[in-house]
Design a protein. Structure first.
Lengths: 208, 159
C-alpha cells in the first residue's frame, strides 16, 4: 500500500530506509576520507520523521549559523539533499584541503566556499549514486547551491518544499567520525512522498 | 523583557499589554505581526506556505491565507477592532539559488499571498522587511508595536 503520510511507514520499510541511509552515508564517508586523506567512519545512520519544530531542535536550535550545501534530486526520485556543515566540520575540511583554519563563518572567502561546496557535492553525489544503483532508478542532480545562515531557515527549505503534503519531514542520514572524534556534519535526504513510495516499491518492501 | 513567547513554525501566539513575541530563523517563511495599538494586543503568526489547499485543514497557521484569517478572528474575539489592526511582516527570503528550478520561489509566493490576504482582510501593512537571501529572527514588542529583525551578517533592524 502506498503511504500518504510518513508515520504510516512500517518497521520493515523503516529498516530499509535505514539501510539506504547506512549505505549512502558509508559511501559518502569513503569519498570524504579520500578527499581529506584521513580515516572517516560513520555513526549509526538514522531515519527520522519529525514535526517541523522538533526537527529544528534536533539539528541544534534555529539560530545556530551553519554552512549548507543543497542539491535537488529529479528524475525517478524527487527530493532534496542537504549537507549541513557546522564549524568543526568546516575546519576539518579546510585544514585538510587548504591548510587553513577559521574562527567563524565570516572568514570564508570564495576559495573556502568552493572547497566546501565541492566536498558537500561529492558526498551528496556519492550518496545518491549508491541509492540509485541499489534501486535501479535514475536520479538527476542539480548544480549544488550554497549558503551560510541560520540552520533553522536552511532546514525549512525541504519542509516548505514538501509542506503541502505533510506536517512532518523525513530525513535519512548520519554523522561522521574522523580521527575518533564525532564531527557534526549532517547529510540529509528528504524525498517527496510519491518518490518514497516508488523507492520502496522498487526495493520490494512495499506490499501492493 | 521578561515574558518572551516563542512561536514555532506554523504557529501563532498572542500577548496583551506587555510581552515580547519571538520567532526564530524565518527563511522563506513569513512572520506576520498584527497589532491593535488601542488594546496593546499583538499577535505573531509564522506561516510556511502561501495557500491552504489541505482538505482536512488541521493547521491553519501553516498558510498565509488561513493563518491571517484565523489570527484576526482570534484577535477580534479578544476585543480588537479590525479598523485599528495594523501589520508588519518579515521573511520570504530565498535561501538557495538552485538553477532554473521552481525551488526557492516559495518565499516570493509567500510574500505575494500575505500582501493579498492582508489587503483582502482590510489590514494596513505598515512596514516590511522581505525577500533577499537572508534568514531573519523576528522579535515583536506588543506594547510599542515595534518589531526588531536580527539577521546573520546584517545590522539589527527596527521596523
Amino acid at each position: 500500500m502506498a503511504i500518504k503520510n510518513y508515520d504510516e511507514l512500517t518497521s520493515m520499510e523503516l529498516d530499509t530506509l535505514r539501510e539506504i541511509g547506512s549505505m549512502g552515508t558509508g559511501n559518502a564517508a569513503t569519498a570524504l576520507s579520500q578527499m581529506l586523506g584521513r580515516e572517516v567512519r560513520i555513526t549509526l545512520p538514522e531515519v527520522r520523521i519529525m514535526g517541523y519544530n522538533e526537527a529544528i531542535e534536533w539539528i541544534g536550535g534555529p539560530e545556530e549559523i551553519t554552512a549548507g550545501v543543497l542539491v535537488k534530486m529529479g528524475g525517478q526520485i524527487n527530493g532534496i539533499m542537504l549537507s549541513c556543515q557546522q564549524l568543526e566540520f568546516v575546519n576539518l575540511v579546510l585544514d585538510s584541503v587548504l591548510q587553513q583554519h577559521i574562527e567563524d563563518y565570516s572568514q570564508l572567502a570564495e576559495l573556502e566556499n568552493s572547497c566546501l561546496i565541492e566536498v558537500g557535492n561529492i558526498m551528496i553525489s556519492t550518496f545518491i549514486n549508491a541509492l540509485s544503483g541499489l534501486a535501479g532508478m535514475d536520479v538527476t542532480l542539480t548544480v549544488p547551491a550554497f549558503t551560510v545562515d541560520m540552520q533553522g531557515a536552511i532546514l525549512a527549505v525541504p519542509m516548505a518544499e514538501y509542506g503541502g503534503q505533510s506536517d512532518y519531514i523525513m530525513t535519512i542520514g548520519g554523522n561522521f567520525v574522523c580521527d575518533n572524534k564525532q564531527v557534526p556534519c549532517r547529510l540529509l535526504m528528504s524525498p517527496d512522498l510519491r518518490s518514497l513510495n516508488a523507492l520502496l516499491r522498487k526495493l520490494g518492501v512495499s506490499d501492493e | 523583557m521578561s515574558d518572551k513567547l516563542v512561536i514555532g513554525i506554523a504557529d501563532m501566539k498572542m500577548a496583551r499589554g506587555e510581552g515580547m513575541l519571538v520567532t526564530y530563523a524565518l527563511g522563506s517563511c513569513i512572520g506576520i505581526c498584527l497589532h491593535d495599538p488601542a488594546l496593546k494586543l499583538g499577535a505573531l503568526v509564522h506561516i510556511m506556505l502561501p495557500l491552504n489547499m489541505e482538505a482536512g485543514r488541521k493547521n491553519p497557521m501553516k498558510y498565509g491565507d488561513t493563518g491571517i484569517r484565523e489570527t484576526l478572528k482570534q484577535m477580534e474575539a479578544k476585543g480588537a477592532s479590525r479598523s485599528r489592526i495594523t501589520a508588519k511582516i518579515a521573511g520570504g527570503a530565498k535561501m538557495f539559488e538552485v538553477g532554473s528550478n521552481s525551488l526557492g520561489n516559495i518565499g516570493q509566493r509567500n510574500i505575494e499571498s500575505v500582501h493579498m490576504n492582508l489587503k483582502k482582510e482590510g489590514i494596513r501593512l505598515l512596514k516590511e522587511d522581505v525577500g533577499g537571501g537572508v534568514a531573519r529572527t523576528l522579535l515583536f514588542d506588543v506594547n510599542s508595536g515595534l518589531a526588531c529583525i536580527r539577521s546573520y551578517g546584517r545590522k539589527e533592524l527596527i521596523i
